[in-house]
Write a new protein. Structure first.
Length: 287
């Protein structure tokens, strides 16, 4: 990396408890609708009496993590990301291995024997009856350790993360995502389908392999189809949607240029065709 020296300097700038305290107080101010904090107020809240010492630490943050407004100081986007990571426990929280029952049935065997386990900052949904790994995704440790509704939080987190990636926007940094239809089945993939969309950020580390059903789950045609049949899609975790994860509901053109998905509800079906760039090219309701 050519700019490794600059990145080292950036990380060194936050490697001090007093600078972390400054970032934290600015975050707390923002949470309480204070768009910025005057110098004296920030100094008092951080608890540094010596003005020279406080100013030295503040200036190490100004420009990259803090900006100076007319009425005081506030966090930049990078500053908010750093404090959010600290608050989410990404650097400090350690959620040990956990195991709990998960709702729904396995798409592979149909048994209501799903369990969730949290290992190495990843949450897995697995069937105890047949051993199928139904669903998994990265998840920060803080909500696992602190929230009672951790499975609901995990499902919403992963679904929104996938939805952003599928629209071509990186959920981590906001950069463009490249889309490729692939037959690869890496350890990070989900579902028992033969083809997946690989979404790769052009700027950061983010990448995800998604079956077509997971990629289109939040598309208006899918949401509308469920609403017209009084089927509450938002109450169904992604791992309970067999059409999103099972090969039974997908077919492919012989030249692998298009994937076709059918979504059944009662006696009706929604048929979608998605090209190899991830764009829905046709939608039809059959009943």
């Amino acid at each position: 990396m050519d700019d490794s020296s600059e990145i080292g300097d950036i990380l060194a700038a936050i490697g001090n408890e007093r600078r972390i305290a400054i970032l934290y107080e600015l975050q707390q101010a923002y949470r309480h609708d204070e768009s910025s904090l005057p110098y004296a107020t920030l100094k008092r809240r951080v608890g540094i009496r010596d003005s020279g010492n406080f100013n030295y630490h503040l200036q190490q943050l100004v420009g990259r993590f803090v900006f100076e407004a007319d009425d005081g100081y506030a966090l930049t986007y990078a500053g908010r990301k750093i404090v959010s990571a600290l608050s989410a426990g990404i650097f400090t929280e350690r959620a040990g291995k956990r195991r709990l029952d998960a709702s729904g049935t396995c798409y592979a065997c149909g048994e209501a024997a799903l369990v969730a386990r949290y290992e190495q900052e990843r949450l897995y949904i697995t069937c105890q009856a047949c051993g199928e790994e139904v669903f998994h995704a990265p998840f920060p440790p803080a909500p696992v350790a602190q929230r009672d509704d951790r499975l609901h939080a995990f499902e919403v987190w992963s679904r929104r993360w996938n939805a952003l990636a599928a629209t071509g926007t990186c959920p981590e940094c906001g950069s463009e995502m490249n889309t490729t239809l692939t037959t690869q089945t890496p350890m990070t993939s989900i579902g028992n389908v033969s083809h997946r969309f690989l979404y790769t950020c052009t700027n950061c580390w983010a990448r995800v392999y998604l079956p077509v059903g997971c990629a289109v789950r939040d598309h208006p045609s899918v949401i509308g189809f469920h609403a017209s049949h009084n089927a509450e899609l938002d109450t169904q975790p992604l791992w309970n949607l067999s059409w999103a994860l099972s090969c039974e509901y997908t077919t492919f053109d012989s030249d692998h240029s298009c994937v076709h998905l059918r979504i059944p509800i009662e006696t009706d079906e929604l048929h979608l065709s998605v090209d190899d760039g991830g764009t829905i090219v046709s939608v039809a309701e059959v009943g």
